[in-house]
Design a protein around this ligand. Sequence first.
Ligand code: DC
Length: 220
Amino acid sequence: MSKTIAIDGPSASGKSSVSKGVAAELGFIYVDSGALYRGVTWQAVRKGVDVTNAEAVVNLLHDSDWDFFIQDGASTFSIDGDVPVQELREKEVRENVAHVAVIPEIRKFVVESLQSLEHFGSLVMEGRDIGTVVFPDSPYKFYLDADPEERAMRRYRELVAAGESEKAEEVMESLKKRDKIDSTRKVDPLTVAPGAQVIDSTSMSLEEVIQTVVNFVRAD
Ligand code: DC
């Protein structure tokens, strides 16, 4: 029987690395739910649609053709025949995605699309509302957390490794802002799902966190 593992948590809590590691170890499909919000945003940006105009973004979504498939063990999608990957990480998308992610019709599309991925097989899905909204009935729900200072340091190191010249204090500030937006927004705020296992990774290695999740799922 296929299983779905939900991994939620704040920015830079290590969700992506943990989810990818768990998926690789268990042979499950990795799903980055944020990529779908980024995909809608990318489509709006390239079509010149104002992301603060919810109606225009929703109309654009209705006029776009999405297709989901599995590539290299991860769920992927095309929009009107194009497969955005690096494009989803571009600055314009990063800076506009928060507007798109609060539009209820867009959330409905993303949530239903994520739920439909179960037909591909067992999944490890990372996000903000996977255990609370997308798969609330999953017995494998995790909430990854870490101290804000530790998360800021991790994000800072990632940015430096990617060649960006950001200051550590600015990364801390932007992370605090993101935390506040994510946990106080009206639609699907970031909260610990009932029954979720909370993992504080502040002083754990990536491998330890992956093994904690894998052992829990295997013990079932
Ligand atoms: O995790 P990320 O940075 O790729 O997320 C991009 C945006 O989408 C961010 O504004 C949070 C939002 N998001 C969400 O609301 N729910 C999810 N399950 C995943 C992402």
